[in-house]
Structures are given as C-alpha cells and as structure tokens.
Design a protein around this ligand. Structure first.
Ligand code: ZN
Length: 214
C-alpha cells in the first residue's frame, strides 16, 4: 500500500484512493458548496429560497465529518497495545457504525463484531477496536472492503494470530430506492490467520460473535 502511495504522486488521480491518510489535502469546502448548489438547481429546486440558502454550507461541513476517516490512520489507535498473557479469543460484539456506500453516497449502518487471537501477549483496549471500525467506516465504502480493512488492520498492527470480522448492516440505497426491500440485512465476514486455515475454529468464533438472539 505504501509503495502504491509513493507511485501515485502527481499521477492518475484515481490512484488517490491509495494515498496514505496523512498525504491527503484538506477537504475543499467551497468546492462541495458549489457542487451541492448545482445539484439543487439540477433537481429543479431554487437554491436561493430561505430553507435552502445555507444547505450547501451545511452539507459541506457534514461531508467533512462523514468522510474524516480518509485522513485518519488506524495505526494511531491500534499502536497503543499493552502486554497481557491471553491465548484465547478476545471478542468485541455490536460495534455500531455509520458509513456511506461509494456507489450512491447513501448510508449503510449496522454493527461490526470483531474477534482476534492475541499474538505475543499484545492486546488492545476495547475502545481502540471501535475507533478502528470508525476510521474505515467514515470513508466512501463498500461493505466487503470495510470488513477486510478492519481485519487487515487488526492482523498487522496487533500481530494477531487470527482475526474474524463479521458485519451486518442495512443499506439505504436498497431501502430508499429501487427494489425497496426494507429490512433485509447484508452480512459479510473476513477471516485471517488461524481462522482462515482452521474452519472449525472460525465457525466456533463466528457463532460466539453473533449477538444474542440473532
Ligand atoms: Zn449503494
């Protein structure tokens, strides 16, 4: 990933996706404001009527907040490990998250469940796992990539022997438009290390990760 980031300097802007968090320029608020004003005109609204006058400004600020994960590095949170001998799985269930699908920029929201097998006695505070989920959720996303990015970050930064991530979420681009199948939940999993090679261990930990009653 770092090699790609180096290669992308001054080249194809589509490679910006691979830029490291600290290399991104600040959010261009005036540019978002102009674009939102254009969208309002394009849908046949009057951007100068009272209720809409400040909308471009509000949307720009909201986008800065909703996409702030593009400028954050999960290493900041996962770097704060502490030593604790613990060989068994650590499971964090029900981490609430809000993300935006990159196809429609509409929300998908749900819960992430994360389990890892500590390696070398390194564990991390529960809140740091939740912060890691948030760093990746606050980017234009697809659920599959979100699931994989969380698993990869925990595997590499904690040197975990195994990682399992399960995400269950509802997509507003499904609920609000088109087929309108409200209530359907999409589930994705990502397995790393021992959970990838040992299917029995994976099945066991996934059953523990599912919230009670689900
Ligand atoms: Zn979508």
């Amino acid at each position: 990933m770092i090699a790609l980031a180096e290669a992308s300097k001054g080249q194809n802007p589509s490679l910006a996706l691979h830029r490291r968090a600290d290399q991104r320029p600040e959010v261009d608020l005036p540019r978002i404001e102009r674009a939102v004003r254009d969208i309002l005109i394009a849908i046949g609204e009057d951007p100068d009527r009272d209720g809409l006058l400040d909308t471009p400004k509000r949307v720009a600020k909201a986008y800065r907040e909703l996409f702030k994960g593009l400028r954050e590095d999960p290493a900041v949170h996962l770097g704060r490990v502490f030593e604790q001998e613990h060989d068994e799985a650590v499971i964090v269930r029900g981490i609430e998250f809000y993300s935006l699908c990159e196809h429609h920029l509409l929300p998908f929201t749900g819960r992430a469940h994360v389990a890892y097998l500590p390696g070398g006695g390194q564990i991390v505070g529960l809140s740091k796992i939740a912060r890691t989920v948030e760093v990746f959720a606050r980017r234009p996303q697809v659920q599959e990539r979100l699931t994989n990015q969380i698993a990869d970050a925990i595997e590499s930064h904690l040197q975990a022997r195994g990682v399992a991530v399960l995400i269950e979420s509802e997509h507003f681009c499904m609920k609000m438009r088109g087929v309108n199948k409200s209530g359907s939940v999409m589930a994705t999993t990502a397995l790393r290390g021992e959970y990838r090679t040992d299917r029995q261990a994976a099945a066991q930990v996934l059953s523990l990760m599912r919230p009670a009653g689900a």
